[in-house]
Design a protein around this ligand. Structure first.
Ligand code: IMP
Ligand code: MG
Length: 189
């Protein structure tokens, strides 16, 4: 397993990250999800709504692999203030620009942790009477769910560890790592 040392990040400096999903594993999984979505949406033109900022790489890779037509839009919410703990509340920072009424919508997220963000987003889209809403998340932490939430498309079920890379950040850093890395188990800040 590959490891890397955190540098220039205050109290996190010196921590060892472990690579838990390689670029190759992510690519294969995104390909599988894209095939499934292409099959499920034959003859439809869904709007993929990426949840900023974490979903950017997943959304881009997924959309490029779809064999159907789609539209892209974005929404931005805040659920984590800083560090690795969720604040428990979800705030809307940037709304979608498209009209979702009578459209098929797929919300695309990096990770479902407590499920609060996912639930908030799904309700928000449903208020505008879409034809359908599905949720695609690359990662899911089943042990951390605080509300009942079932995503239609999930890439990997992951353990309760803080993850970074491929869009996931810690205080806005590490998003650009091409694969997914985990902080040590004991890091519960
Ligand atoms: P939830 O509302 O608790 O499900 O949190 C969802 C959001 O928290 C995700 O969109 C991520 O931005 C962030 N998040 C949750 N777990 C992690 C993690 O392990 N690494 C980085 N961000 C995370
Ligand atoms: Mg996010």
């Amino acid at each position: 397993m590959r490891t890397r040392k955190v540098e220039n990040m205050g109290k996190y400096t010196g921590q060892m990250l472990e690579e838990i999903y390689t670029q190759d594993q992510i690519e294969k999984k995104v390909d599988e999800l894209a095939k499934q979505i292409s099959k499920d949406y034959v003859g439809k033109v869904p709007i993929l709504i990426g949840v900023l900022n974490g979903s950017i790489f997943f959304l881009a890779d997924l959309a490029k692999r779809l064999e159907i037509e789609c539209e892209l839009d974005f929404i931005k919410v805040a659920s984590y203030h800083s560090g690795t703990q969720s604040s428990g509340t979800v705030r809307l920072l940037k709304d979608i620009s498209c009209i979702v009424t009578d459209r098929d919508v797929i919300i695309v997220e990096d990770i479902i942790d407590s499920g609060l963000t996912a639930r908030f987003l799904k309700h928000r889209i449903l208020e505008n009477n879409p034809s359908s809403v599905a949720f695609a998340s690359l990662l899911l932490k089943p042990e951390c769910l605080k509300v009942k939430f079932e995503a239609e498309y999930v890439g990997f079920e992951v353990p309760d560890r803080f993850l970074v890379g491929y869009g996931l950040d810690l205080d806005q850093k590490f998003r650009n790592l091409p694969s997914i890395w985990a902080f040590p188990v004991e890091m519960n800040l």
